[in-house]
Design a protein around this ligand. Structure first.
Ligand code: GTP
Ligand code: MG
Length: 318
């Protein structure tokens, strides 16, 4: 079909293919979430409803795009690793970046009312997105280690800061001054000595973020599984041997079309004041014919040390 005289402008649209055989990491990050969280009265320092909603949007994205092999979320951000050989959208950078960021945002808004039933959205949240390419496994592992170390640093600071303010009666200015120049050890001591809080007993979700992996039912990765048929909160044993209670959310691609459209569980840990707070659970997904028995699982585990990667070699090998 002949174009109009204006059609030449199409030639200005340049291809933007991503280099073959490189790892693609997409990171989405809430835009101005300092303001968004304030105006929607998020709990400080961590709002579990908000974190679960972030997980939910990430699960939706992983169910939509099977080439996402790993995701990691903390605070207002989520990182997604696409398998090295992905041909998603012919590896067109702007197509992947814009579509996935948009899908994540849309899912966040779509499910908002399930997680914040009492809090109407006052204005639309948005997420920015970036794609970074990594040439090798070392860089990918270091990337995720970087994000999880960031989770730890921020959470320790925020937990101590808000303990000083909320329980200790300090002003925010005083709390800032109190923590200025302190190392991790000193913050741990403040928490324990002043407030009787053992940092290691804080929910793993807050300390380690959310690690989303895709697992085959009965597959090699069932080291992390307890009872796939179980409903309700799942507390796994110390699977990594690091002294953590590991919460796990299971989202199934059910092979059984007759399977009722219910549910997985949300994480729970040994933190005393912690419960599931009415946070909704994620639905079982319909059968995906070519990949009939997979689940997306939400873990709160260490991804810095070798154990996780040794247990899940498929993440980097595909
Ligand atoms: P840009 O990303 O640059 O647009 O700025 P931002 O305001 O989103 O800040 P940034 O992404 O660096 O940090 C996220 C911010 O979200 C934190 O500083 C907090 O203010 C807020 N936030 C994230 N998670 C929570 C939460 O669980 N509770 C509360 N109260 N605030 C949160
Ligand atoms: Mg942000």
């Amino acid at each position: 079909m002949a174009g109009s005289k204006y059609a030449y402008v199409k030639a200005f649209e340049l291809p933007d293919p991503i280099l073959p055989n490189t790892f693609i990491i997409l990171r989405v990050d809430g835009h101005s979430f300092h303001r968004f969280t304030d105006e929607h009265s998020f709990h400080k320092p961590n709002d579990e409803r908000a974190l679960a909603l972030m997980d939910r949007a990430a699960i939706d994205l992983m169910n939509e795009h099977k080439d996402i092999v790993l995701a990691f979320g903390e605070s207002d951000e989520f990182s997604f690793l696409l398998r090295r050989s992905t041909a998603l959208y012919n590896r067109r950078l702007s197509k992947i970046l814009s579509s996935l960021t948009s899908q994540f945002t849309s899912s966040y808004v779509f499910h908002w009312h399930e997680y914040f039933p009492e809090t109407p959205l006052l204005f639309p949240p948005s997420f920015d997105g970036r794609i970074v390419l990594y040439p090798g496994e070392k860089e990918v592992r270091d990337y995720f280690a970087w994000r999880q170390v960031d989770t730890h640093i921020n959470n320790l600071y925020n937990t101590t800061f808000w303990a000083l303010v909320q329980t200790g009666g300090q002003t925010t200015t005083q709390a800032h001054a109190h923590l200025k120049g302190t190392q991790s050890k000193e913050k741990n001591e403040i928490l324990f000595n002043l407030f009787g809080i053992n940092y290691n007993n804080i929910p793993a979700r807050f300390r380690k973020g959310s690690v989303l992996v895709r697992q085959e039912v009965n597959g090699q990765l069932d080291r992390y599984a307890s009872d796939m048929a179980s409903e309700g909160p799942v507390i796994l044993p110390d699977v990594l041997g690091h002294g953590d209670h590991v919460g796990s959310t299971i989202v199934r691609d059910s092979p059984n079309a007759a399977c009722p459209p219910t549910i997985s569980s949300s994480s729970t840990t040994a933190y005393p004041s912690h419960n599931n707070g009415g946070i909704p659970e994620s639905p079982v997904r319909k059968t995906h014919k070519s990949n009939p028995r997979t689940v997306v699982r939400v873990l709160h585990v260490d991804i810095i040390r070798d154990d996780f990667w040794n247990d899940m070699p498929h993440i980097l090998s595909e």
